[in-house]
Structures are given as structure tokens and as C-alpha cells.
Design a protein around this ligand. Structure first.
Ligand SMILES: Cc1cc2nc3c(=O)[nH]c(=O)nc-3n(C[C@H](O)[C@H](O)[C@H](O)COP(=O)(O)OP(=O)(O)OC[C@H]3O[C@@H](n4cnc5c(N)ncnc54)[C@H](O)[C@@H]3O)c2cc1C
Length: 366
């Protein structure tokens, strides 16, 4: 039996650990903080393949969306998933033109994308103001949704533990090699954990494991700012994307907001005082569309880095010239996780090469 070591208990690591254990293998999952402590716990978590290009990257995100759907058949329920589609309109003319082009491209790729009327918008989201779209064309993407990543992670971790997966709370600070083969990892507590295959699922920290340069590949992270409101009487059900702000429910009445326009001004060191004015402005912009949100205070402002490999698309596969070291690092990881869990475990345990992953191998960086 192969002994696997999966690094990082985020949405990707827990998905892969579970599928490896399901295939009958011994798995140690190593996490330095609590499960979900990384980017998965600070994500907009919209399941989509909406702005994903080129086509092969769009395609794997569609496979991720399908895999989310099939989890319901597999487990009988998926309490982490919220479907019903996503809605988008743009008041800014340049952004409206981009949206029109995108809808046309997505329809050409057979991705469910349609234009709906303001009356249809009101039926889908009655809590929005009557004139929320202000005359802009309204796009509806019925197959999209959003996820509570920590609920997903807890579920997969529980299932994984039932199959014998051991979660160890350790910080990995070195990969142990014998020649060109991985034999385990070193931890900050001074120990070594032995294994035949190490799967690096540490996301944006993927190059910070004290490893040699030949086990690293370029990352080009961008900073995200997510604002969560205090609990409010939330009547919004879907992901809503507009020129000034994107928002969706975030459980127990909270609304999560995000705006690409505001993010560039901040760094990971920005304080609550730095981000508060932007958070309040985002809530005010959303309240023009969704009046019940007016005067709701921000509860949390979360700054996190998107785990984006150097050329913008996923990095999934073995590192060239090394036996027993595999990376699964990607943006859009909430969408991709259930699919990646299956195909990565199948590659690692069945010796079968997943053709759809060919364009995403880390080897392209070497
Ligand atoms: C602002 C923002 C918005 C996003 N929106 C979306 C979206 O709408 N839809 C979507 O699909 N995706 C979205 N993403 C991307 C998505 O959240 C990530 O791709 C996904 O969460 C990555 O999951 P992961 O498991 O790879 O990484 P993580 O969740 O970061 O997990 C990695 C884990 O590794 C652990 N770790 C790190 N170093 C070590 C070490 N040395 N030793 C032990 N453990 C270690 C960390 O503590 C962490 O728990 C967004 C990301 C951001 C930042």
C-alpha cells in the first residue's frame, strides 16, 4: 500500500486525501493551522466557469461544476452547496460590452448563459430594488452557485478520517529526498514524517515549504478583499455581479461583498482601519440595488492572496525529474476541488494519465 502525505487541509487537500483513502491507501494530511485556515476560508467561493479562458481552462471548470452536482447523488445531500444560478449586469458601457461578448462566447461553448428581463430578475431575487438593473441587459447563468468551503472541508475531512486518514497539525519546513526520490517531509517540531508520495496542496504557500528550487514553480498571486456584513435580514439568494460590487449570501443573514476595483489599493498588511472605508462604500453601493442592506455594518474584512500559478491557469501534476512529488495548486479551487479530488487520486493510485490535465502540468514551467 502506498503511503501518501497530503500537505494542506484546504478544499483541494481534503478532497484529494478523501479520494486517496477511498481508493484504499494510507494518507497523512498535514496542516499547520486548522482545516480551512488558508484561502479556502477566505474565498468568494462562486462555482462557475464564467470568465475562464482559454477554452481548456474553461472546460476543467465546467467539469468542476459537474462534480459538485454529482456529490449530491453520491452522498445524498450537499449542505455546503447553494445553487440557483448567478446574475450579472453592468452599468458601465465598457463592462456591458465585455459582458455581451462573454455571453456570446459562453453560448458558443454551450455553457448555460441567457439574457433575462427585469421582471424575471425580480422573480428570481424579489429583495432587489425594482429598478436594480437600471436598464442594463441582465445575464443569467443558471448552472452557477456558491459554496460554504469550510462546511465542505469538514464533511470531506470527517469522511476521510472514517477511512483512516490521519490529520497532523504540523508545519512542514522541508521535503526529504533520497537522490531524486521523495521519502517524506520535515516538520518545524523537529520530526520527519515518512511517505512514498507527497502531494503539495498548500495553495499560495506552495513554494514556502523549505524545498529545493527544483520542487518550486512560479506563482503570480493577486490580492483579494472580501467584506462580510453583520447578520442582517438577508433576502438575497444568488451570486450577483454588477459594475461597482459583487455580492452573495454568506450564511446566517450575512452578505459577502467583493469589488475588484478596490483591491489594488491594499496589501496583506493593511489594517481594519485601512479597509473599513472601502468596505462601507461597497455596502453602500450594494444597498442601492438591495435596499434592506442600507446601514448594515461590515463585520469582517478579509485580505487573502489568490493562488495563481505564473501563467494564470492550474498547476496539477508531478514535478519533472523527481519521483513521488505531485502538486495541485490553482485559483478557482472551490469550483475545481471535487473534480480534482477524483482525477488526482485516480492518477496517483491507478497510474492512469488524465488527458484533460495535460495542459496544466507543472513541467511547463521548467
Ligand atoms: C478573494 C478570493 C476570491 C476567490 N473567489 C473564488 C471563487 O469565487 N470561486 C472559486 O472557485 N475560487 C475562488 N477563489 C480561489 C479559491 O478560494 C482557491 O483556489 C482555493 O481556496 C484554494 O484551496 P487550496 O486547498 O488549494 O488552498 P488553501 O485553502 O489555502 O489550503 C492550503 C492549506 O495549506 C496550509 N499550509 C500552508 N503551508 C503549510 C505548511 N508549511 N505546513 C503545513 N500546512 C501548510 C494552509 O494553512 C492552508 O490551510 C478565490 C480566492 C480568493 C483569495
Amino acid at each position: 500500500m502506498t503511503q501518501f502525505i497530503v500537505l494542506g487541509a484546504g478544499i483541494i487537500g481534503t478532497s484529494i486525501a478523501y479520494r486517496l483513502a477511498e481508493a484504499g491507501h494510507a494518507v497523512t494530511l498535514i496542516e499547520r493551522r486548522h482545516p480551512g485556515a488558508g484561502t479556502s476560508g477566505a474565498s468568494f467561493a462562486w462555482t462557475n466557469s464564467n470568465e475562464k479562458t482559454p477554452h481548456h481552462y474553461h472546460h476543467i471548470n465546467v467539469l468542476g461544476m459537474r462534480a459538485h452536482r454529482s456529490l449530491e447523488n453520491e452522498f445524498g445531500a450537499r449542505p455546503w452547496y447553494h445553487g440557483g444560478g448567478a446574475l450579472e449586469w453592468k452599468s458601465d458601457p465598457a463592462e456591458a460590452a465585455e459582458l455581451a461578448g462573454r455571453v456570446e462566447r459562453l453560448q458558443g461553448w454551450n455553457y448555460p448563459a441567457e439574457w433575462i428581463s427585469p421582471a424575471d430578475l425580480h422573480k428570481l431575487e424579489p429583495a432587489l430594488a425594482e429598478n436594480a438593473s437600471g436598464g442594463a441587459q441582465i445575464a443569467y447563468f443558471p448552472d452557477e452557485g456558491w459554496v460554504d468551503p469550510t462546511v465542505y472541508i469538514e464533511f470531506f475531512l470527517r469522511k476521510a478520517r472514517a477511512l483512516g486518514v490521519v490529520l497532523r497539525r504540523e508545519t512542514v519546513n522541508g521535503i526529504v529526498l533520497r537522490g531524486a526520490s521523495v521519502t517524506g517531509v520535515r516538520t518545524a517540531s523537529g520530526g520527519t514524517i515518512e511517505g512514498d508520495v507527497v502531494v503539495n496542496c498548500t495553495g499560495r504557500w506552495a513554494n514556502d515549504l523549505g524545498q529545493e528550487a527544483r520542487l518550486s514553480f512560479p506563482l503570480a498571486p493577486t490580492l483579494g478583499l472580501l467584506v462580510t456584513t453583520m447578520p442582517a435580514a438577508s433576502g438575497i439568494r444568488r451570486v450577483i455581479r454588477t459594475s461597482g460590487v459583487n455580492f452573495r449570501p454568506d450564511g446566517a443573514g450575512r452578505i459577502m461583498l467583493q469589488s475588484e476595483h478596490d483591491e489594488a489599493r491594499f496589501t496583506l498588511e493593511s489594517t481594519r482601519e485601512d479597509t473599513l472605508p472601502a468596505a462601507e462604500a461597497m455596502i453602500a453601493r450594494a444597498a442601492r440595488l438591495y435596499p434592506d442592506l442600507a446601514d448594515t455594518a461590515p463585520e469582517a474584512m478579509r485580505l487573502s492572496l489568490r493562488a495563481i500559478p505564473g501563467d494564470g491557469v492550474s498547476a496539477v501534476g508531478p514535478l519533472p525529474g523527481i519521483d513521488g512529488y505531485y502538486a495541485a495548486v490553482t485559483h478557482s479551487g472551490v469550483t475545481l476541488a471535487p473534480w480534482l479530488g477524483r482525477v488526482v487520486a485516480a492518477e496517483l493510485t491507478g497510474g492512469r494519465t488524465e488527458e484533460t490535465l495535460k495542459a496544466f502540468r507543472p513541467a511547463r514551467f521548467f
